[in-house]
Design a protein around this ligand. Structure first.
Ligand SMILES: Cc1cc2nc3c(=O)[nH]c(=O)nc-3n(C[C@H](O)[C@H](O)[C@H](O)COP(=O)(O)OP(=O)(O)OC[C@H]3O[C@@H](n4cnc5c(N)ncnc54)[C@H](O)[C@@H]3O)c2cc1C
Length: 411
């Protein structure tokens, strides 16, 4: 990414972030190479991270928190660093380009996803009386969090959710289930969204409320992990709630206004995720260019063949366009512009472009591109899967088109 567009202090943070990864995380990875090099040792027979891997992730999280990276994007009012969208774009991209895909202790451990771990912007809705109890534990990386919105029958269509919260005295009683929840099987705390007014929800006018719950409370169950795309285990999982009793003090924001709560920080989150994908794509292109300069077929290096040059050139064009969009959109958000359509364009383009780049870079490597050793396939799987969460590509297109039809071509 063009650092000329990034403020000097953010570039400096980037330098120390990479130093941190090289000096603090890489040695832990090297010392545990055997454990971390195969899904067979990373996950147990139920598809859960093994206790050893969980312990390593915790160690890295806490080191990252101590160094100030883990909470650097957390809102200042919660004790976070308060860095904005431009920093999120630059630092997530930089980290991903430096480390590449398939590093269990890096993504998203060093910098957490804003919806799952650390000082999530959603926690600005946590009752102030509870902040001292929970925020230090979450900000230090000692405890982790998950964000439970999606359900088996409610993904893109959030209002179709079936999980219900019913008021009972000073408590709410929650019954239902959540699916695809990142960090769900491992989290200490969960931000759960449930229908509190079915009429409003049916009319799509609200009726959903957020709650902060301790996953050890009776009635909170982890059903299973959901291994996806060639993995033997997963970070995502299914949760169920059987008369889970939650004090009203643990409500997140106003009753029936949970979707506004859930969407807090969604723009920066989408940009950070997009930058992570494009940063990895840049890493893949570096590998492909180097390989094209040394691999020989038919008496010349493959970089001399025009068909291979096209794979490289199209990848570079995809990355350049994506990075330019990322910076432009982040600058708009920094200026206070909502940039709704632009954020959707960024999420759509970056995840799809990064997936195309990995596909092409694997092709440049021939059979080697398919091996686990080069980690290109891990990047392919990661970028492919990122076209679904945080709003699918089709939902992003829907948002863009609606904005175009309502407001014209104003980006
Ligand atoms: C790796 C991963 C991590 C996730 N993490 C979380 C998490 O931490 N917390 C959480 O709450 N959820 C999480 N999700 C869930 C994610 O947000 C949903 O999977 C996503 O919103 C899509 O919902 P769905 O899977 O039910 O697909 P559906 O909504 O059923 O969509 C099926 C298909 O129809 C298309 N479609 C749906 N509606 C429309 C429409 N109106 N116009 C055009 N096309 C449409 C979709 O784009 C898709 O192609 C995660 C998902 C994945 C894969």
């Amino acid at each position: 990414m063009n650092t000329a567009l990034i403020p000097e202090e953010i570039v400096r943070i980037g330098e120390s972030l990479l130093r941190f990864v090289d000096q603090e995380v890489a040695p832990i990875e090297a010392a545990n190479k055997a454990l971390l090099s195969s899904d067979r040792t990373i996950f147990d027979e139920n598809g859960r991270f093994t206790p050893e891997v969980e312990a390593l992730k915790r160690r890295v999280r806490m080191k990252s928190a101590e160094a100030g990276f883990y909470t650097m994007f957390g809102p200042e009012e919660l004790g976070g660093g308060g860095l904005g969208p431009l920093a999120a774009v630059y630092l997530n991209g930089l980290l991903s380009t430096h480390c590449g895909p398939g590093r269990t202790l890096v993504h998203p451990v060093v910098i957490p996803s804003p919806f799952t771990n650390g000082l999530s912007p959603v926690l600005t809705f946590l009752d102030p009386s509870l902040r001292d109890q929970y925020l230090p534990l979450l900000g230090s990386g000692d405890r982790t969090l998950c964000f439970g919105l999606s359900e088996p029958d409610a993904g893109s269509d959030v209002f179709a959710m079936k999980t219900r919260a019913v008021r009972d005295g000073d408590d709410w009683v929650i019954t239902g289930s959540k699916q695809w929840i990142t960090n769900g099987p491992y989290a200490d705390y969960a931000m759960i969204f449930a229908v509190t007014d079915p009429d409003l929800a049916t009319k799509r006018k609200g009726g959903i409320t957020g709650f902060f719950v301790d996953t050890k409370w009776p009635g909170f169950n982890v059903v299973s992990t959901i291994p996806i795309m060639g993995q033997l285990g997963a970070e995502i999982g299914i949760l169920s709630f059987d008369r889970l009793r939650v004090p009203d003090s643990h409500r997140l924001g106003a009753i029936d206004q949970g979707l506004k709560v859930a969407m807090r920080g969604v723009n920066t989150g989408r940009l950070g995720l997009s930058a992570t994908c494009i940063g990895m794509a840049r890493w893949a292109l570096v590998q492909a260019v180097e390989y094209a300069k040394v691999r020989k077929t038919f008496g010349s290096v493959i970089g001399d063949h025009q068909a291979v040059q096209i794979l490289l050139a199209d990848s570079a064009a995809d990355i350049y366009a994506a990075e330019t969009m990322l910076v432009d959109c982040a600058q708009k958000l920094e200026r206070g512009d909502k940039a709704l359509a632009e954020t959707s364009m960024v999420k759509l383009h970056c995840t799809e472009a990064a997936n195309r780049v990995f596909d092409r870079c694997m092709q440049v490597h021939g059979g080697m591109g398919l091996t686990n050793e080069l980690r290109l396939e891990a990047g392919y799987r990661f970028t492919r899967s990122m076209r679904i969460p945080d709003g699918t590509s089709e939902i992003q297109r829907r948002t863009i088109a609606r904005d175009l039809l309502a407001n014209g071509v104003n980006f």
